[in-house]
Ligand binder design. Structure first.
Ligand code: TRP
Length: 468
């Protein structure tokens, strides 16, 4: 009876697209993408990213959705039904979302912390944007002192509690309805903010950086980063999209839906990139730009300071990122809760309480390893052997650089060579339409996507790409 209930279908096309986009558009787009685009050299990274979305992301999304609809189940069960030899791919749908949720919820906490910061003391943020961020993470740059980051951790706890409360109460009515309002609002705010940022004095250099490709610094690491980022942002290579596809009815046009969601997700990422990177150049100068997380937090302070009513715009902005992050985190948590319920036979209520507590415990290590304490993670590749980078980095690298590419490769090889593109196309065409791009799709899933993923994976592990 569980399965009957679970296999409910999306009520409308718009319902599916918005729910799916709400899950895909999240911190990956606004928090991660701009930082990665900056590290990867701006325009060059963007071009590589776009190629990956079109040539690998989109066919993979179509494959995952189709697999889900054909198997009418979650990733593990789909492979059990279609081909047991590929069951291992299903396991990724548990491991990767687990690691991601642990740190996702922490960053969700930073977003709440910034809402509080702008409500309470915008001047303090403006005065020392980057150091304020470090202070939230427990490190006072001026004195070199480290403290336990209580503020950030408590906010993460709050974020996880809200997340758990919504998952407990059911996702559809509350959060999806909210999504329908929050997503368009997010877009409007982004556009307005984009105009403000692009007209800031001094942003010209940053805009050039984002549009004039310079391939001289492009390495395999750039490709791997772009690949990891594309999968992360589109929620691919984890088997989660398989579950989404299983809720689709046969009247839906899968390729069209996939293209719309890929397009929306990429557009939001680009808008965020064009908003944040030039603003960084304008307000802090290229040489002072921080890495990774500090991007979406510290670098925007100068912009808020420069515009009238900036404090309120800031609050609104972080509130919207909060909703984007929450909807994504809910869908991540929901997957894991469903597994705990169905496979481990844990009661839903218990799962919704226990799992977030585990996310929280691991997440604390993530936050503490950022700046306050020297907590090491683990990483290994063939060039440098075993190394011990910061715990937070190793969590992200393991997901972005190993787990997702391997899982995506499994999906491509399965659809391309075992299940065969013809079966996928037959499933896709059940809506009565003809899949005009079928030939291109087969070529991409059989050859281009797996070859590119394999090449990037091997070269990066073999050469020990410059990490960080
Ligand atoms: N795509 C989400 C983002 O950009 C993050 C994410 C990765 C995700 N995998 C997911 C969200 C699975 C929901 C389900 O922030």
């Amino acid at each position: 009876m569980e399965t009957e209930k679970k296999r409910s279908e999306w009520s409308s096309k718009l319902g599916f697209i918005l729910a799916y986009a709400g899950s895909a558009v999240g911190l990956g787009n606004i928090w991660k993408f701009p930082g990665k685009a900056y590290d990867g050299g701006g325009a060059a990274f963007i071009i590589i990213y776009l190629c990956i979305v079109v040539l690998i992301g989109c066919p993979l999304m179509i494959s995952e959705l189709t697999l889900g609809r054909a198997g009418k189940a979650d990733a593990l069960t789909v492979f059990k039904k279609l081909d047991r030899r590929f069951r291992w791919v299903g396991w990724f749908a548990i491991i990767t979302p687990f690691i991601i949720t642990c740190y996702y919820s922490q960053v969700g906490g930073y977003v709440i912390r910034y809402i509080i910061a702008y409500a309470k003391e915008p001047q303090a943020v403006y005065a020392r944007p980057l150091n304020y961020f470090y202070e939230i993470l427990g490190y006072t740059a001026e004195t070199g002192e480290s403290n336990f980051p209580w503020g950030a951790i408590l906010c993460a706890f709050l974020f996880l509690s809200i997340n758990a409360a919504v998952v407990m109460g059911g996702v559809k009515d509350g959060i999806e309805r909210l999504n329908k309002v929050a997503m368009p609002m997010l877009l409007i705010i982004l556009l307005v903010r984009l105009c403000v940022c692009l007209t800031l004095p001094g942003s010209g250099e940053g805009i050039l950086f984002m549009v004039r490709p310079d391939f001289s610094n492009v390495t395999f690491s750039t490709f791997l980063n772009a690949l990891g980022q594309a999968f992360y942002s589109l929620s691919l290579g984890m088997g989660i999209t398989i579950t989404y596809g299983s809720y689709l009815n046969e009247k839906e046009n899968i390729p069209k839906n996939a293209m719309i969601v890929c397009g929306m997700d990429t557009m939001v990422a680009l808008l965020a990139g064009f908003m944040i990177v030039p603003a960084c150049f304008a307000t802090m100068g290229a040489e002072n730009i921080g890495k990774g997380a500090s991007f979406a937090f510290a670098s925007l302070a100068g912009v808020f300071e420069a515009i009238p009513g900036g404090r309120f715009v800031a609050i609104l902005f972080y509130l919207l990122i909060f909703f984007a992050a929450l909807t994504s985190c809910i869908s991540l948590t929901e997957t894991l809760v469903a597994y705990a319920e169905e496979r481990l036979h844990i009661k839903r209520k218990a799962a919704v309480i226990i799992l977030p507590l585990i996310f929280f415990a691991v997440g604390i290590l993530y936050t503490c390893s950022q700046a306050a304490y020297d907590i090491k993670g683990i990483w290994a590749d063939f060039a440098t052997g075993l190394t011990f980078p910061c715990f937070g980095d190793s969590m992200e690298w393991i997901c972005d650089r190993i787990l997702t590419p391997v899982c995506a490769l499994g999906v491509c090889v399965f659809v391309g060579w075992f299940w065969k593109p013809a079966s996928a196309i037959r499933e896709i065409e059940k809506d009565g339409s003809r899949f005009g791009l079928g030939k291109i799709f087969s070529f991409l899933v059989r050859f281009i996507a797996p070859a590119a993923i394999l090449l990037i994976l091997i070269v990066s592990l073999a050469t020990g790409v410059s990490l960080g």
